[in-house]
Design a protein around this ligand. Sequence first.
Ligand code: 5AD
Ligand code: SF4
Length: 448
Amino acid sequence: MDNNIYIETYGCQMNVADSELVMGILQNKGYNITGNIKDADVILLNTCSVRENAEQRIYGRLGNLKKIKEIKPATVIGILGCMAERLRKDLIEDKKMVDLVVGPDEYRRLPEFIDTAFAGEKGIGVKLSRTETYDDIIPFREDGLSAWISVMRGCDKFCTFCVVPFTRGRERSRTLESVVDEIKILSQKGFREVTLLGQNVNSYKDGNNDFADLLAASAKVDGHMRIRFTTSHPQDISDKLICAIAEHNNICNYIHLPVQSGSDRILKLMNRTYTIDHYLKIIEKARTIINGVSFSTDIISGFPTETFEDHVMTLDVMQQVKYDGAYMFKYSPREGTKAFKMDDDVPDETKTKRLNEIIDLQHQISFELNQNLIGTKELVLVEGFSRKSDDFMAGRTDTNKVVIFPADEKLKRGDYINAEIIRATSATLFADTVEPVDAVKTKEEIII
Ligand code: 5AD
Ligand code: SF4
């Protein structure tokens, strides 16, 4: 037998969704997906290149996998995803660390490349495509509550720090119909939440349908199913999209809207194409139109030429928006990007210091926002028992916050409850009284 595939996924949710696609493609060809690396004939790492440490992790992991190869020399080791094109030469020719390198637009041919590798050759497929969307592929998913659906691929924004336009290529969208069909299948299987994914979902286009149309069509499939989406670029977020979120009870009131920096000068150098004034106006508009909307963001500290004043502006914007959550990074130069040619002139310790200040402030803001929820009732989708104890169960609010509450034998995964919040940390809400509810009818009453 040489058909056991083990796949490890690094990086963003887009990669998680891609791994499901890859497993779908391989399963169709008769491969068996295993969760145990010891059984694997083929080990695939679905990689990320977005930040430097993501790549270092993969090199570290490949170092470990060498040992497996020493024990079982026939094992095929492959690299998928963003590192494929960038590091093909280094990984295959120079360091001879892997047998297979396949980029994000060549997964259909993966079975062929695996055969090549078993035959002792190197399997290489790293071409990017202008059209590949894997629209017809059914991803392999374990039964569950939440699914990620990639609705578009690539990015045309060319933020100067970002490798995605180079590793994932140009923007292209799936058809609205195929996304809706996928949601229907997930609904029938008992999924209660889908997240529509794209590097910049606001650029979604299928004929005359834009992302607001896709979101509305997705929401109509099953009123008990929560619809989330990520990521939105602040430049393109339309009034129509904001209204679509407000109009549909089951579209979550939560927008991931990366700001990256609070300084207009830095935003310009980043080619982010908006000003903080424009950004704050969007936030204000969304808050006026969508009841109880909350925001999360991405922030980079230490972009080239960032001064202390620029950094303070970032802290300022965080204070003004009061994000529910933030993904916070230290700038790392990525080869091939425009910023790579700039002088990476902010010393590492300054980057770290600024990043720590950003993280501390976010903790403080999350804590304050969560304290404000004490005494309120939140609509929670039950996910199951809490990780720490079977005496408690866990679920999530519409705004993606984890809520822990006493276990109740009448409750099961996928139920909606009304939970009264009694205590909160910066990361978690705790509830005592819970009552089952019908999500569709009650959301409006609860989230005020
Ligand atoms: N350095 C640091 N952070 C980066 N990101 C993307 N590229 C870089 C880089 N070179 C961050 C951005 C983006 C998120 C996915 O990763 O904040 O929104
Ligand atoms: Fe990268 Fe900018 Fe595209 Fe996001 S919008 S994937 S940061 S280029």
